[in-house]
Structures are given as C-alpha cells and as structure tokens.
Ligand binder design. Structure first.
Ligand code: E4P
Length: 225
C-alpha cells in the first residue's frame, strides 16, 4: 500500500513524515485555500518537509486544457518533481493528454465513475483518484468504484494506479485495500485512526505495569540487559 496524506498543513505533514511510512502528500484547491497563504509558499514548505523522495500532488484550476497545461508547467518550474492533479472533465482529459506529452506525472482526480478513470488512464494519467466517501454519502458505492477501476487497469494492462481518496473512516480504507487499491490518500485525523484500538493501548499499558514492577519505573530493555 502506498500511503499519502491529504492535507497542506505543514505541522500535520511533518508529524506524519516522522511517524508513518508516508510516500507522499496530496492537496486539492479546497485544502490549499484553507491555508490562506500564497500557493508558492505552501508548495515549497511542503516540499521542504517531505524531501525530494516523497510525492507531492497539486491540482490545476484552469477551466480549459491550454490553461491547465500552462499551470502544470508553471508549478513544475517551482517544483520539478510535482505530480499534477487534473479533474476528469472533457477539458481535463484533453489537458491530461497535453501534460503527459511533456512527460509530467499526472493524477486524475474527482473520479466518480469507472469510465472517467479508464479514459484518464488511456490519456496518460498515472494515478486515478476515486472519491470513495463522496459516493458513499449519496448512497452509491465508493469501494465498488475503486474495485472496478482496479479491474479495468488489469484488464487493459494500463500503466496506472488507483489512488483511493475521500475517506471518512478506517472501514472505507480497509475495504479499499481488500479491493486491491494500490494507494490511498487520507486526511490526518483519519490517518491516525488506522492504528487506533483501545485494546492495543490497554495491552501496552499492561506490559509496562508488569515490567516496571520488576525492572523499575521508566526503564526499558537497555536498562534490564
Ligand atoms: C483527493 O484527491 C481529494 O482531494 C480528497 O481526498 C477529497 O476528500 P473529501 O471528499 O474529504 O473532500
């Protein structure tokens, strides 16, 4: 599983880089706007925190393909490793073709149907981001969407990966992993929940209590050897 964090909050990103096997950070225009700072400052700040080896995804905002291409080129001038997110509209698909022709990595985003994903992959997108929770919210099936996209990738031998997006709970992420998704992008609060279990906490507390009765308070293995 390729884990990514869906935020532009520097504090949350640096914390997750330290704690987790994080492969990258994704943003979207709403996430960027929450920071209320110049885009250049936000992207450079994230890059400084994650290093060159992790992925950073940022989205274009133009409403026509030519503008999206110019945005992609400008953002890549700022960050040569940046992966460009493009929504799967008609102009977006055209932009994916144009941007891919420049050998720029692309994430197709705002995917709500398998056919949007298929066309984006054929056009040149590397990551395909189905919005799981947004579909679940309207009594549709986000996991099934991701599973069908995985099948299409295999069926057509496409060089693309599912990037599960828009989660509100761990069960959605678990179901997505079982469905064979290659990668996920998760908000910081839900990311922390991936490891959360009260029996894990009480189990660890029990180990400490038993240990400290014999080896003393605040000791560890190094003190006991
Ligand atoms: C990722 O590409 C999306 O921007 C993101 O996961 C959407 O999440 P939301 O539905 O919680 O806004």
């Amino acid at each position: 599983m390729i884990y990514m964090l869906d935020t532009a909050n520097i504090e949350a990103i640096c914390r997750a880089v330290d704690l987790y096997p994080l492969a990258g950070v994704t943003t979207n225009p709403s996430i960027i706007a929450q920071e209320n700072r110049p885009l250049k400052e936000i992207l450079l700040g994230i890059r400084e925190c994650i290093g060159r080896e992790r992925m950073l995804h940022a989205q274009v905002m133009g409403s026509d393909a030519q503008t999206m291409l110019l945005e992609a080129i400008a953002m890549r001038a700022l960050d040569p490793e940046l992966i460009i997110k493009v929504p799967v509209t008609q102009q977006g698909i055209k932009a994916i073709k144009l941007i891919a022709a420049k050998d720029i990595r692309i994430t197709a985003t705002a995917i709500l149907t398998p056919q949007q994903a298929l066309m984006a992959a054929v056009a040149g997108a590397e990551f395909l981001a189905p919005y799981v929770n947004r579909l679940d919210n309207i009594c549709s099936d986000g996991i099934n969407l991701a599973a069908e996209i995985s099948l299409l990738i295999k069926h057509y031998h496409l060089n693309a990966k599912v990037l599960g997006a828009s989660f509100k709970n761990v069960q959605q992420i678990h179901q997505l992993a079982l469905a064979g998704a290659h990668s996920v992008t998760i908000s910081p609060d839900v990311f922390d929940l991936l490891l959360s279990h009260p029996l894990t906490d009480s189990g660890v507390a029990g180990f400490r209590a038993d240990w400290e009765k014999i080896y003393g308070d605040n000791t560890n293995v190094l003190d006991a050897l």
